[in-house]
Design a protein around this ligand. Structure first.
Ligand SMILES: Nc1ncnc2c1ncn2[C@@H]1O[C@H](COP(=O)(O)OP(=O)(O)OP(=O)(O)O)[C@@H](O)[C@H]1O
Ligand SMILES: [Mg+2]
Length: 359
């Protein structure tokens, strides 16, 4: 288990002080796979490095399995090599002058968790079979593909059977197909080992597919923590709504209880209690929640628009439809027969809207 509370970290640079972490509170349960998701510079790597002991926090506390490993108030800073952690970096950082076996054996021979020689081979082979590289023991590290190097890095991180696994964008150097394959592998490996994992990415698809829990970060803060479904279905604020998945945003003005006037006409939705009639809001809805019809037959539940683009992607088709001064993105099944220039009715559902104050 990892418990982080009130974690702050500043860096001094020539341009002044950078507040990299502004008070991070996070708990990762035993065996849980937790993803830190956020744009470049939001503090993901800094958080991971503080947990690893590679960075000293300016405030707050970190506990691993209940034991304080970092506390600025108490002056505690357990050195990295004394924390029971495996780490995989974006660059893999495997040693080019060693073969696969030697790379994976390294933490067992040199690290703090040294094991008797006779156990080394057994542990290395177990780690390599976990990542399906058991047949490549004697291959020089330089003769491996990107995906294989990535697996070696994984095997090396888990060979000591650490309590905690930290991974910083470990898949970002791989091509799209391999990345998807490795994503599935990675999930299998970590859940079969049952290790508590903190995983960093700026790729929202990766975060949603891997995480038991996703933490969306922005400018040194966590804006939302939830299951992938919660974060996707109910983003707490505009930043999360924009950053995770595709979203349509429509400006609106409250006209009454549960009623908002918008370029799509009157939308029925949940208006926050503090919003008086006349207050401005932003309405948000996912592209897959909107549908199209060829025409308005009864005028009850649709607004007129024009198809301005179509992007066929096989199993789905993504449309852009101009409705007054708003362009809506709409995701339909791949065999939908709407074409550019068609006059259509956008069916606007009453539920599934998220409502945000501000714009
Ligand atoms: N050693 C350092 N010295 C000065 N500033 C730093 C240092 N390391 C990080 N920062 C700053 O702290 C902030 C957080 O950086 P961090 O590396 O944690 O971001 P990140 O979320 O991992 O981004 P990326 O997705 O680009 O890797 C950034 O503004 C960064 O410029
Ligand atoms: Mg980073």
């Amino acid at each position: 288990m990892i418990q982080i509370s009130g974690l702050k970290k500043y860096f001094r640079t020539r341009d002044g002080r950078v507040e990299a972490l502004r008070g991070i509170d996070l708990e990762v349960a035993e065996g849980e796979f937790c993803v830190l998701l956020g744009p470049s510079g939001c503090g993901k790597t800094t958080t991971l490095r503080c947990v690893a002991g590679l960075e000293r926090a300016d405030a707050g506390e970190i506990r691993i399995s209940g034991a304080v490993v970092s506390s600025s108030a108490r002056g505690v800073q357990v050195p990295a090599e004394k924390r029971d952690i495996g780490m995989v970096f974006q660059s893999y950082a495997i040693w080019p002058h060693m073969n696969v076996f030697q790379n994976v054996a390294f933490p067992l021979i040199r690290g703090r968790r040294q094991v008797p020689r006779r156990l080394v081979a057994e542990k290395v082979r177990r780690a390599l079979s976990l990542v399906q590289l058991e047949h490549m023991e004697s291959r020089p590290a330089t003769d491996l593909s990107g995906g294989q190097q990535q697996r070696v890095a994984m095997a090396r991180a888990v060979v000591t059977e650490p309590q905690i696994l930290l991974m910083d964008e470990p898949l970002s150097n791989l091509d799209a197909r391999l990345r998807e394959q490795m994503r599935l592998e990675l999930k299998k490996i970590t859940s079969s080992v049952g290790v508590t994992t903190l995983y960093v990415t700026h790729d929202q698809a990766e975060a949603l597919s891997l995480g038991d829990k996703v933490c969306v970060m922005h400018e040194g803060e966590i804006l939302q923590i939830g299951t992938p479904r919660e974060v996707y279905a109910r983003p707490d604020n505009l930043f999360v709504a924009q950053f995770v998945g595709e979203m349509n945003f429509v400006p609106g003005r409250v006209t009454g209880a549960g009623q908002v006037d918008s370029p799509l006409g009157q939308v029925r939705c949940h208006v926050p209690p503090r919003c008086e009639p006349g207050s401005e809001l932003t309405l948000a809805i996912r592209p897959e929640r909107l549908t199209l019809k060829h025409e308005l037959n009864d005028g009850s539940d649709g607004v007129k628009g024009t198809v301005i683009s179509k992007n066929y992607v096989g199993d789905a088709a993504l449309f852009e439809v101009q409705v007054r001064d708003v362009i809506l993105r709409i995701k339909l099944p791949g065999d939908s027969d709407f074409a550019i220039g068609n006059q259509v009715a956008v069916v606007v559902p009453a539920d599934h809207w998220r409502v945000y104050t501000g714009s």
